[in-house]
Ligand binder design. Structure first.
Ligand code: SAM
Length: 258
């Protein structure tokens, strides 16, 4: 998979991408990551890439020429995604879609962002990593890179599974425990040590439902709320989910599980 990143701070992206599993996949050639410095396309001795906004106002705007010139020179893979707080929110489904493709390109803004003609005539889509404003797109690029690349076969190895983690089923993931079985008097739920795999599976699903109802009832609503089967499963483990007026409600003070 080829991924290009266009930025005026290539060291920031490269530093992040060189570390951990992403860096290993890059060095092993599983990922063909190409980081381009937009300043290389500047034509003056100061390597200028920004200018004051027409119409006045605070801040600077990234000029169109170095961005168009970089894209035309390197012919990066599409879609070309501009990272922007004004974009659609990046979700796990986007990570999956991009991981299933042959490649993509991330354009990082700075200052007040990019000249509007870049958005209108060069960019294929715009993604935001959340409802807050960063100083630049590099951290957002790191978020997208990591979320996508960990789904690319060969990047994670078999140390982590992406099959039943949060969002993959529309629910948040169940809790995990490892040794010791008792730590400072806090015990691992007995069901996880019972050897009863069917019951473990049911407990995990009940915990997923409970956790999602507690903190992300919107996710439950999106999949049509709790079914009678879900409610029976919650009841089996003593987990209480209030019946709100929307039929989904939230979870309250149920035990962590038995
Ligand atoms: N003036 C812009 C606005 O109000 O929408 C904010 C520009 S921001 C200071 C500079 C750059 O940071 C943006 O061009 C974008 O690339 C990046 N950025 C900031 N917040 C972001 C977010 N939530 N998601 C993705 N990129 C973001």
């Amino acid at each position: 998979m080829r991924i290009d990143v266009l930025t005026i701070l290539p060291d920031v992206v490269e530093g992040f991408a060189s570390a951990s599993l992403l860096g290993k996949a890059w060095r092993d050639g599983v990922l063909d990551l190409r980081i381009h410095d937009i300043r290389d396309a500047a034509t003056d001795s100061h390597r200028t890439v920004d200018d004051a906004p027409f119409g006045g106002g605070a801040g600077m705007v990234l000029k169109p020429e170095p961005i168009f010139d970089t894209v035309e020179r390197v012919d990066p893979p599409r879609p070309l995604i501009y990272l922007s707080p004004a974009g659609r929110t990046f979700r796990q489904g986007d990570a999956r879609r991009l991981a299933d493709g042959a490649g993509f390109t991330l354009l990082c803004g700075r200052y007040e962002g990019v000249d509007e003609r870049v958005r209108q005539h060069l960019v294929d889509e715009e993604l935001s990593i959340g409802d807050y404003v960063l100083a630049g797109g590099e951290v957002a690029a790191a978020v997208v890179l990591e979320a996508v690349c960990r789904l690319v076969p060969g990047v994670l190895g078999n140390r982590e599974s992406v099959a039943d983690e949060s969002f993959s089923s529309g629910l948040l993931e169940y809790p995990h425990y490892t040794r010791p079985a008792d730590y400072r008097g806090w015990s691992v739920p007995a069901v996880l040590r019972s050897g009863d795999h069917g019951r473990v599976e049911r407990w995990r699903r009940a915990q997923s439902l409970y956790r999602t109802a507690s903190v992300r009832p919107d996710l439950l609503a999106a999949r049509g709320g709790l079914t009678a089967e879900d409610r029976a499963l919650l009841a089996e483990f003593g987990l209480i989910v209030d019946n709100g007026s929307d039929g989904i409600g939230g979870a309250r003070n149920g035990p962590a599980g038995r």
